[in-house]
Design a protein around this ligand. Structure first.
Ligand code: FES
Ligand SMILES: [Fe+2]
Length: 390
């Protein structure tokens, strides 16, 4: 695996961020063979509870089986491929295809089909099992992998993160909004990742929100392909504290237990598309769903400590919420992004600017910020991408 270099280099050229061909190769060679966040395990508590989503363009579903185990499947009927389940819900003991009513157990087995004697006299039911995909759970977060139906590589991918300090136990009751915050961002997914892995911009782009720390106070660690950032300056986020305390006055804005421990993270990046970003007051999981070479959908949810249980937020309150699409987008910003007081908005603003720059033939990067807290993790990230897309 790749470590964090002292003198980082930009390894990907602009084609990697703008070309359709690159994006198609990533979909097939990278996204279809890696672990992606799907949902929290506690969202599906009862047998038959399911949730559908799309990974790398493939419709899938996750379901709790009769033994209480989670499993994940391609959301395709084995007859002629119709999508089986929709949205979320409980399907009971069976999954029935709406087209010709082939019926599967929640263990994926084909149980029965109408008019079998007339229409399929010699059909072998065992050959028509639903197709499994890999599933693994870490800290209640359920991840899926299309390329590993047995899920064998999950523990290896999580690796030393199992032993790493973890900022916040997450449970259903601590979620601040029932709906995820969905962002529609005009940038390549790698532009967004590289911004998240950039320890150099925190004190500058985010002067009005995070207000730091400077690179010398940053530490990046590689855990296999996953990257963790934390600051050695425990109370270095000087501007953020008054903003939070003021915003949440009366709610007992206490810190997450353990937030003062050394090694408490600021970013846990689980390669390639999951970003877990704790603050001393909250924890956010952001799932990146790349939809094109210049388009990224983000699905973000935030949890807060027990002491905040009265606290709720809604995507409608986010800067740039568009009620027609239900997404948050830059075209709907009412004030300049640097005046929103929201660091996510600041990041999206700069990511979209970067993507526009990438369209210029004059675009070139000469040097990245050295030292392990600057832009060194960008090279590590790019090496991981290149391992899949050669
Ligand atoms: S496609 Fe599902 S039963 Fe025909
Ligand atoms: Fe940022």
């Amino acid at each position: 695996m790749h470590s964090i270099p002292d003198e980082p280099r930009q390894l990907l050229d602009r084609e990697a961020y703008v070309s359709r061909q690159w994006f198609e190769r990533e979909s097939q060679e990278l996204f279809a063979n890696t672990w992606h966040f799907a949902c929290m395990a506690f969202e599906l508590p009862e047998p038959g509870d399911y949730l559908t989503t799309t990974i790398a363009g493939h419709p899938i579903f996750i379901i709790r089986d009769a033994d209480g185990e989670l499993s994940a499947w391609h959301n395709l009927c084995r007859h002629r491929g119709t999508e089986l389940l929709e949205g979320t819900g409980n399907t009971g003991k069976t999954i029935v295809c709406p087209y010709h009513r082939w019926t599967y157990g929640i263990d994926g087995r084909l149980r029965g089909l109408p008019d079998r004697a007339d229409c399929f006299p010699d059909l072998d039911r065992d050959n028509h099992h639903l197709l499994p995909i890999g599933l693994g759970v870490f800290k209640e977060m359920a991840f899926v992998n299309l390329g590993e139906p047995e899920g064998a590589g999950f523990e290896q991918w999580i690796g030393s993160l199992r032993g790493k300090e973890w900022p916040h136990e997450i449970s259903a009751s601590k979620l601040i909004a029932s709906q995820p915050f969905i962002y529609d961002v005009a940038c390549n997914w790698k532009v967004f990742c590289e911004n998240a892995l950039d320890g150099y911009h925190l004190a500058y782009l985010h002067e009005n929100t995070l207000g730091g720390p400077v690179p010398a106070k940053n530490v990046w660690e590689a855990h296999g392909r996953n990257l963790v950032w934390y600051s050695t300056e425990r109370d270095g986020l000087k501007n953020r504290i008054p903003v939070f305390v003021e915003k949440h006055a009366g709610l007992g804005a206490s810190k997450v237990p353990g937030a003062d421990q050394p090694g408490y993270g600021g970013v846990y990046y689980l390669f390639p598309t999951t970003l877990v970003t704790p603050s001393p007051w909250s924890l956010t999981i952001t799932a990146m769903r790349p939809v094109g070479e210049g388009r990224l959908r983000l699905e973000a949810r935030t949890w807060v400590p027990d002491s905040w249980l009265g606290y709720k937020e809604s995507p409608q309150d986010a800067p740039g919420f568009d009620s027609e699409s239900g997404t948050i987008r830059s075209a709907n910003w009412q004030v300049h992004p640097l005046e929103t007081g929201d660091f996510q908005t600041e990041d999206i603003w700069v990511c979209e600017k970067m993507q526009r720059s990438l369209d210029s033939p004059a675009y070139a990067i000469r040097q990245l910020a050295g030292g392990s807290g600057g832009e060194a993790a960008l090279e590590t990230f790019q090496r991981n991408v290149l391992d899949f897309v050669q």
